[in-house]
Design a protein around this ligand. Structure first.
Ligand code: AKG
Ligand code: FE2
Length: 273
């Protein structure tokens, strides 16, 4: 490749690969995300400082579990269960359900005076014509979300239940999948979320360590990217089928409440953790 070609490649920009900053999540934002007309929507102050403080006070003192070390290296911590740790034979391991009950009990023991998941869903649904609820599988309600902390970051990866599970994960078929996070504590430096304009393709598997959830940076080397530096209270919604990563944190903990958000064929938005 000549250096001229290289210059052209790095200069090329997709006008739809952009972060929109807004005062709330509108119907249009969610439609644009689902249809690929924007990459991420950020709402500063989605959770007010008093709400973040209250959640942070509880979570900073709580004991986190780790995601399974065979799949997730470097280590990522979680408070609550995430279904990605329970993938078994293309489905969901039975142990997800009792562990989810234990996770709900652990969240109740934090004695928060509000339900942060309900609050987040209300914000997402403020302008949405359909329902915003928690997804069901076999009639049972899935987890509403999980608090996560990745001190050394998340590797480059994508999230797409349609590929990760051999049959539909939820009872309602999904037509798009987004990731939602709200940040309750952030580090002094680092902890940026990076999103690449790249969706999984078969050859990408060359860049994945066996059994790992993540890919090497090589996989997205030539792709346009966006870097988002979260602040406390920011809500971030993005298309999780685009590869994304989180940079390591320095000088403080980065705790995010997150869930996947599917757009169902019914027009409802369904969360799961
Ligand atoms: O913490 C973040 O900013 C993104 C984490 C992530 O990989 C996700 O929400 O799918
Ligand atoms: Fe992700």
């Amino acid at each position: 490749m000549t250096s001229d070609t290289a210059t052209v490649l790095t200069d090329v920009h997709d006008p739809f690969f952009r972060v929109v900053t807004a005062t709330g999540f509108s119907r249009g934002h969610i439609a644009d995300l689902a249809s690929g007309r924007c990459a991420a929507v950020r709402v500063p102050g989605l959770f007010p400082p008093s709400v973040c403080d209250r959640i942070a006070r509880s979570l900073l003192a709580a004991e986190f579990d780790n995601y399974g070390a065979e799949r997730v290296q470097p280590m990522v911590m979680r408070f609550g269960v995430g279904v990605s740790d329970y993938r078994a034979d293309g489905g969901v391991a039975d142990s997800y359900w009792p562990d989810l009950e234990a996770s709900r009990a652990a969240w109740r023991r934090l004695s928060l005076p509000f339900d942060p998941w309900e609050r987040a869903r209300q914000a997402l649904g403020a302008d949405w014509p359909g329902r915003v609820g928690v997804g069901r599988r076999g009639g049972r309600e899935m987890g509403a979300g999980v608090a996560r902390e990745a001190p050394q970051g998340f590797l480059v990866h994508y999230d797409d239940a349609g590929r990760e599970f051999s049959a539909p994960l939820l009872d309602a078929p999904l037509v798009a999948q987004l990731a939602f996070n709200v940040y309750v504590t952030v580090p002094e430096t680092g902890g940026e979320t990076v999103i690449w304009r790249h969706r999984w393709q078969p050859a990408d598997e060359r860049h994945r360590a066996p059994g790992s959830y993540g890919f090497t940076e090589e996989c997205v080397r030539d792709d346009e990217s966006l870097v988002i530096k979260p602040a406390v209270g920011d809500g971030l919604l993005f298309d999780s089928r685009n590869y994304h990563a989180v940079k390591p944190s320095h000088g403080g903990r980065r705790i995010a409440l997150g869930f996947s958000l599917g757009l169902a064929d019914t027009g409802d938005l369904l969360a799961w953790g």
